[in-house]
Write a protein that binds this ligand. Structure first.
Ligand code: MN
Length: 204
């Protein structure tokens, strides 16, 4: 059997200064190379512990280790989606949605403004560290806003993620200190609707 891959930090699809003035170079770089890397390392370490325990045929601390694995894989996957669902403002970031996602949002929320208001409220009120997520499930056929606490709490099973917004304080402390709403306002200017449409295509 092929050796199981280890997780690696994905490259950003733009330069660290590409989202200025909405996200500063220092903030984006720290977020990517320090914070995201921590979850990559954490997921690899958790798997190493599991593999070692199986090799040595000893018990694993199931409760602690599986929680740790879920947290770190969740962190890695959500960040990977987050980088991709942003784009520089002069290269497709921001503006109003178009294509299929515009239709889906209008049908569900009545208007883009109403969606934006609900998603913003979700992002503002995530308790502690976490994410605001727009998700869809083919069996339900309507989009849902999720509040994911940490990286793995309150997740709907098997939902496809269309877009995410990281509202951990580490996502904005350099730029806005603890002012989460300011960061949420800035985010809409770098949201990559093309990518959200591509994610939506995968649901059908
Ligand atoms: Mn983050």
């Amino acid at each position: 059997m092929e050796k199981i891959k280890t997780f690696t930090l994905p490259k950003l699809p733009y330069e660290y200064d590409a989202l200025v003035p909405y996200i500063s170079e220092e903030q984006l770089k720290l977020h990517h190379v320090k914070h995201h890397q921590t979850y990559v390392n954490g997921a690899n370490t958790a798997f190493e512990k599991i593999d070692k325990a199986r090799q040595d045929n000893v018990d694993i601390d199931a409760k602690a280790l599986l929680k740790d694995l879920s947290f770190n894989i969740g962190g890695h996957l959500l960040h990977s989606i987050f980088w991709e669902n942003m784009a520089p403002p002069n290269k497709g970031g921001g503006g109003d949605p178009s294509g299929s996602i515009a239709d889906v949002l209008n049908k569900e929320f009545g208007s883009y403004d109403r969606f934006k208001k609900e998603f913003t409220a979700a992002a503002k009120t995530v308790e502690g560290s976490g994410w605001a997520v727009l998700a869809m499930h083919p069996c339900i056929g309507r989009p849902l806003i999720m509040q994911i606490e940490k990286h793995n709490v309150n997740v709907y099973p098997t939902f496809n993620i269309l877009m995410v917004l990281d509202v951990w304080e580490h996502a904005y402390y350099v730029d806005h200190k603890n002012d989460r709403p300011k960061f949420i306002d800035a985010f809409w200017n770098v949201l990559n609707w093309d990518r959200v449409n591509k994610n939506l295509d995968l649901v059908k």
